[in-house]
Design a protein around this ligand. Sequence first.
Ligand code: NDP
Ligand code: 2IT
Length: 446
Amino acid sequence: MATNQNLEQFMAKVIAKNPAEPEFHQAVKEVAESLFPFIEENPKYKGILERIAEPERVFIFRVPWLDDKGEVQINRGFRIQMNGAIGPYKGGLRFHPTVTLSVLKFLAFEQVFKNSLTTLPMGGGKGGSDFDPKGKSDNEVMKFTQSFMTELQKYIGADTDVPAGDIGVGGREIGFMFGQYKRLRSEFTGVLTGKGLDWGGSLVRPEATGYGNVYFAEEMLKTKGQNFKGKTVVISGSGNVAQYATQKATQLGGKVVTLSDSEGYIYDPKGIDAEKLAFVLELKNVKRGRISEYAKKFGCEFVAGKRPWGVKCDIALPCATQNEISPEEGKTLVNNGCICVSEGANMPSTPGAVEAFLEKKILFGPGKAANAGGVATSGLEMSQNSLRLSWSREEVDERLHNIMINIHKTCEKYGKDKSGFINYVNGANIGGFVKVANAMLAQGLV
Ligand code: NDP
Ligand code: 2IT
């Protein structure tokens, strides 16, 4: 009872201090719900969550650029340096019209715990812009990213803050930003991750989030004596994370039957095999087209304006964006027999959907654990940059795989209840918190 009251008071303060930031409130509340009982039992951590919920630093800046018609466009740029207790700030950049301070603060907050779970020395950060790369020419994307980096470069550095990709930021954008950073600073350093292989990138970084998500799901399934073989898998999104989750789930014997984008989803009951996936990669990464074209090409169904959660499946991998599984869709998944939800995206399940998963005690891997493979491999890219060496595909993949296995172990350690049920939400939140909190205590009031 006392604990509940404290939680309510804590959230009231967070909401009052950060008005009109619903996504940030949602992310903080979920972590606080796991942590309050833990802190009650470990009083040395009192007050630390309040500090973690306050960003160390926030930069907001104007990004002016000229479009192909010669007209002036103005976007807003952000970088949140959330927590640097265990390493340089690390986290992606998102370019999407839905980007707000609230969205980036929720992502930066999640990143602190996620990065801690990887066991690598990385603090938490996030940034981006409300710029919409959709429909823009390569030239416009370059103009925008150069202007964005002209300001951002003041705040980042290989030992300070190391951004990477996220929604709307892939190899092309990282390339343009790296070029501009180098030009302004005269430094060839590992200031960004997700770089091209010829100029400091790491093998397996493009695949890492999707692969890591499937490796994590595999560990969860193992606890029930299950695996991917013969399982029907529903995936949302069709970008970086969805693409490589599809590849790894298929390699492990699963049948992936859906992909989506903001216009709807495709349902291919025969499964998205390697050849069809190659078409998706070309469609999305080179032609930058819509997923509905898959349905035309392979003669399957395209369901406009809907998400894929009504399709019967054993395993669901949400890999598009936040709050993309409503409470009702969460219930539908469970009622249709889904046994495992592993979040490739950040916070794709609404609190109501998470409740439905936990109530029925299905395997539910929250994003900060299940999608940590991307940033973990970014950490491995940083290591290789510092060493001025590149590791082989096998070496990076093995390290990634081991990191995901260890994150699963951490979740089990902190999330297993007396009945033997693993609550991965509690496991990830507490497991991620302990290392950051210990570092903050050791470093004094900073
Ligand atoms: P991409 O930009 O490559 O792909 C995003 C996909 O999600 C696209 O299919 C896009 O459709 C869809 N999408 C984005 N926003 C919305 C929306 N508001 N409504 C419906 N669909 C949407 O991004 P990533 O694959 O890199 O990222 C996907 C998720 O994974 C994000 O939540 C990201 O934070 C998370 N993530 C990414 C990591 C990485 O390494 N890239 C690491 C860890 C997590 P459309 O093309 O129509 O916009
Ligand atoms: O949400 C995430 O973890 C990412 N977008 C990847 C961040 C990174 O620094 O690789």
